[in-house]
Design a protein around this ligand. Sequence first.
Ligand SMILES: Nc1ncnc2c1ncn2[C@@H]1O[C@H](COP(=O)(O)OP(=O)(O)O)[C@@H](O)[C@H]1O
Ligand SMILES: [Mg+2]
Length: 327
Amino acid sequence: MDKTVKIHPDGVAWGNMYPRLFKSENRPSNVFFYKGRILVNKDYIELKNLIPETDIFFKFQPKTRDIIDCINANEPVLLTGEGGSGKTTTIEQLASKIGQPVMRINFSIETRISDLLGKVHVKSGKTYWTDGVLPYCMKNNIWLILDEIDAADPSVLMLLHPVLEDGGKLILKENEGECVNKSPMFRIFGTANTIGAMKDQSNSYNGTNDMNGAFIDRWTVIKWPNLTFKDELKVLKTKVGGLKHRTAVNICKFAQDVREKNTKNDFPLEVFSTRLVLKWGKKTALLKSPIEGAKIAWMDKIAESEHAGLIKIFELYFGKAVKKKKI
Ligand SMILES: Nc1ncnc2c1ncn2[C@@H]1O[C@H](COP(=O)(O)OP(=O)(O)O)[C@@H](O)[C@H]1O
Ligand SMILES: [Mg+2]
């Protein structure tokens, strides 16, 4: 294998394997410049293991500017958009650029208040308090990502209200009323697939709950777009080795058309994310066939009775490749 070392524009050496991540210790700086915006990590040094590793092929979208503005203004940011469109990763990659530690909690209806706040333990007749993820991040300059927040029980979300306010504090009643302040680099982010105007799509996201207006009001909401065709193609080609250019183009075109409902026939999947595009690309490269790749990457998400109808759609994009392989 070619072991040539290339030099990253940030001055960091990396090999030619992908996806290739470099260790946090090698991160170039604590300052990130993006389209006229500056993000600076002023004083972080500890908790290195919580800094996300850099994905050198990650493509920031122009809306990242709005996230940086919110971080600099100390506003909580709620990213809404289709699953797999890069909401969580964008925040993690921003953190990685400046050496910022991050913790993440994935919400489900099972998430309890004690997961967020902490709980009392009893040991040898004595009681001890352990902080949950929320006070821990607040105290230690850690960014907190509340992932899939629309899957949470609304009563759990209520306890976040004071934390989302300017200068808001958290009172831990169960820990003798401890008052937790926000440390300077603490920031809070949320991600959700559905919200307000997106509710019309909510049948694609079973298990999500309506978030109440008072809760949503406290966030700066940024609607997160899918990547453009050009950017998604770039990401696919850099992250997945061994894909023919034409195949990569067709995969991305297929995904864009499904999203924009441009497919000639009604397509039975409503969400076709970048996550799915990457998975399809990887399986296609491995199996040397877009159809075989699709079978593993996403066709089982669709009822078997619909598979036959897909042949026609595939033919439009992959022509001969479809005819060679049975679907
Ligand atoms: N802009 C992008 N550049 C590179 N990879 C991306 C980009 N957006 C999404 N991805 C990839 O797609 C996958 C899903 O992203 P994720 O952040 O988990 O989506 P979401 O949080 O919106 O559900 C990840 O593997 C991520 O690396
Ligand atoms: Mg996510």
